[in-house]
Design a protein around this ligand. Structure first.
Ligand code: PMP
Length: 406
């Protein structure tokens, strides 16, 4: 493969040239949200400047252009994920996507005696909707535990797939630990037992080649803003039979074929689930983000981030009293850590004074932090646009912060 000019790639991101607190920004919070290349910003700008109109309604030229661009973005995203565009519901992000499954698929089907199996490492977006459904249906939520290194124990998971389990919700990549779960094997085991699978792909799609068809899940949720796209964009992929069987979640315009006071005929999926005016400019930006990632190549991105992760892990491991949470054999470029004698928020605040942006807190994963017995962690997360030099500056800033807190 041709080598990528990573310095040129980095130069595609206007925000990465800015200063914070008088220092060059070192952005290590891409697991929270990713930065945007100029191509994405320009695609959104161009839509509003030159094509702005509503989709699927007007026959005039701008309306047609907007609809074609919006549907073009759906096709790009579908191709990127190796699925059919017709099976991809565009929505505001993973949170909406999982709630759509919870309210349209699970709520009408689950009943007392049924179990929803959820892994310990889920983001609240893949826990709370299931608790809400459980409360309303009488089903229960059961936890699939993890091993101390932050990986899912495959034997324990298989053992937890008892006949009462109707649905399994699992993340592809953990936003806190970086653990990459073997979702293909997990979904195969679940399918053998008739368990429907929901995979949270928020942290996977931005960092590795994701082939949803090969995973063999029932539902796959993703969010656009972590993959170089605008906020308020995302998608739910679902097996066709589920999309056809599921009732609409939100009602309104765009999602119908015919409305009268005697009854309403719904549109076909995916439009049945896309009531109202969507985030048109956002999805056009997401289409540009897909083109951008594709042009670099996900294999290159994965290799680059693995290199940065190895470097950062090696540096952090040299710091005495620093504990890393999550050392699964297959890991994405996310490192959660704590430094003895220093509060996570204090460290993050002092790092900000050096221009370094990391996240501190519970990362929308309270049950996972409870497992490790800690109230908060610091989390640094990398993307392909980060550099080895930034890692070194971050480590120096961390040492300085620690010495101030000692
Ligand atoms: N799941 C995971 C693993 C995440 O990291 C996130 C974002 N932090 C979400 C779900 C929620 O995504 P969004 O807020 O874009 O809906």
């Amino acid at each position: 493969p041709t080598p990528v000019d990573w310095a040129a790639v980095r130069a595609d991101f206007p925000l990465l040239t800015r200063q914070v607190q008088g220092k060059p920004l070192i952005y290590l919070d891409s697991a929270n949200t990713g930065q945007k290349p100029a191509a994405v910003i320009e695609a959104v700008d161009d839509f509003y400047r030159a094509h702005n109109a509503n989709v699927s309604r007007a026959v005039h030229t701008l309306g047609t252009e907007a609809t074609e661009a919006y549907e073009g973005a759906r096709r790009k995203l579908a191709r990127f994920l190796n699925v059919r565009g017709d099976d991809l519901v565009l929505c505001s992000g993973t949170t909406f996507a999982i709630n759509l499954v919870a309210y349209s698929w699970a709520l009408p089907r689950l009943k007392p005696g049924d179990t929803i199996l959820v892994s310990r490492m889920e983001h609240h977006a893949n826990i709370v909707p299931w608790q809400l459904v459980a409360q309303r249906t009488g089903a229960v939520v059961r936890v699939a535990e993890i091993a101390p290194d932050g990986s899912l124990d495959p034997d324990a998971l298989r053992a937890a797939m008892t006949p009462d389990v109707k649905l399994l919700a699992v993340t592809h990549v953990s936003n806190v630990l970086g653990t990459v779960n073997p979702v293909r094997e997990i979904c195969r085991e679940a399918r053998k037992r008739g368990i429907v699978t929901v995979v949270d792909g928020s942290q996977a799609v931005p960092h590795r080649k994701v082939d949803i068809a090969a995973i063999g899940c029932d539902f796959y949720a993703l969010t656009g803003h972590k993959m170089c796209g605008p906020t308020g964009t995302g998608a739910l992929w679902a097996r066709r039979e589920h999309l056809q069987a599921m009732p609409p979640f939100i009602g309104g315009g765009e999602m119908i074929k015919e409305v009268s006071f005697d009854g309403t005929v719904f549109n076909d999926a995916p439009h049945k689930f896309e009531a109202g005016t969507p985030n048109i400019a956002g999805f056009i930006g997401l289409g540009a983000a897909v083109d951008y990632l594709d042009a670099i190549g996900m294999a290159h991105i994965e290799a680059r981030e693995a290199e940065l992760l190895a470097h950062a892990t090696e540096e952090l491991d040299r710091i005495e009293g620093l504990r890393i949470f999550g050392r699964a054999p297959e890991k994405a470029a996310v490192i959660s850590f704590l430094v003895e004698g220093a509060h996570a928020h204090d460290l993050a605040t002092l790092l900000d004074l050096e221009g370094v942006a990391i996240r501190s807190g519970q990362h929308c994963a309270h049950p996972l932090l409870q497992f490790f017995g800690v109230a908060a962690t610091c989390r640094m997360s990398l993307a392909f646009y980060n550099t080895h030099e930034e890692i070194e500056k971050f480590v120096a800033a961390l040492k300085k912060a620690r010495s101030l807190l000692a």
